[in-house]
Design a protein around this ligand. Sequence first.
Ligand SMILES: [Zn+2]
Ligand SMILES: [Zn+2]
Length: 450
Amino acid sequence: MAAPQKGDLSASERKILQIIAAGDVQEAAQLLDNNEVRVNCLDEYGMTPLMHAAYKGKADMCRLLLQHGADVNCNQHEYGYTALMFAGLSGKTDITSMMLDAGAETDLVNSVGRTAAQMAAFVGQHDCVTVINNFFSRARLEYYTRPQGLEREPKLPPRLAGPLHKIIMTTNLNPVKIVMLVKENPVLVDAAALEKCYQVMDLLCEQCVKQQDMNEVLAMKMHYISCVLQKCLAFLQKRDDKLDALVKSLLKGRDSDGFPQYQEKFIRDCIRKFPYCEATLLQQLVRSIAPVEIGNDPTAFSVLAQALTGQMAFVDADYCATCGDKGADKRCSLCKAVTYCSLTCQKLHWFTHKRMCRSLQEQDADLEKDTPRLKELKDDESDLVMETANFLQELCLRAEEKVAAAGGCPAELLACPSTSAEGPSCNQDGGRNNRGVLNDADDDDVERHG
Ligand SMILES: [Zn+2]
Ligand SMILES: [Zn+2]
């Protein structure tokens, strides 16, 4: 059959374009099943049905068309737009991912030399930019699940490919989030598995640097993930509460202002250990981070995340104080100063947040005096989170009384005092263990710098 010509549409093909705009998937499926429609037909502007569906943001329709063999890389549009470009322009991250999964080339350019990511950035669709910049094909990872050359075993056991790919594809690079992704997959919570995974990440990093069109951004991301996996491995081997201890170390705020010092040092260390010192990206990162005193803005994480995801982040969205997920819509009801994506994340954070919560509450009260309007905007927390925060606060007050009554040292309050199993931040061993983790983490740093 001859290649479709622009504007050469049958009546059914004209009809399907209308159906796509209206979004009736069943009707479209019927036309496609009856072979009345060439799935890659072109309208007078050179747009395929898939391009129409992507631009209109119709995910189900895109899926249907791809199932029927739509060419995701068709490039006959009058200005050279592809379906991926239309997806990026639509601002739909699910459709953007779908095009990438279907094999969309990210480096095709339109008639003025712009890639899909650049076009999406131009119209302010930063979430789509992030999805495109973070795409890494599963096939490229699966290469390592087959023995190569003289290998008797593959570098990556096939069962690890799925969970590792999920980590590679995450657009939230918060180290806590990555540890959580490891934790949620029992196959990864294993020393031998983590070792294999980080070694493959190191190989991918090297590949990204050495390939013809060097991709420093992807190389840095691979290296960074490798560093987090190595850290998981170290905690898994050394400690009793393993990955939970790592999460705590990463979240723990320093006494003076609650700033998560360990996390900052860890991320700086990851960047510093990037093995290709001639990389421009590395030099840029070091220049942006080195002059900043620990505890000041920008944090190493925000600089790294911006470089790797292309997000001009942290302006228009609330980020979870624990895992960094975007769109966190629950707030600590006591201080109203920190946001969380979930109750789980609030509980994980409480052991360190509780020490800052009160002073933040005082700040909030000051704020209220000066500008009462700000308060109103913050009054949207869910009841559940409010309840938990109250509950946690009460536990601490009670403990404070107990310690005071016993004439004890207030430093013991560093540990959550509750013996109740519900106490989310409760550390069964009390403050000793808490401090132990931090100390060890610091030792670890000394060791690495030394
Ligand atoms: Zn969270
Ligand atoms: Zn609070």
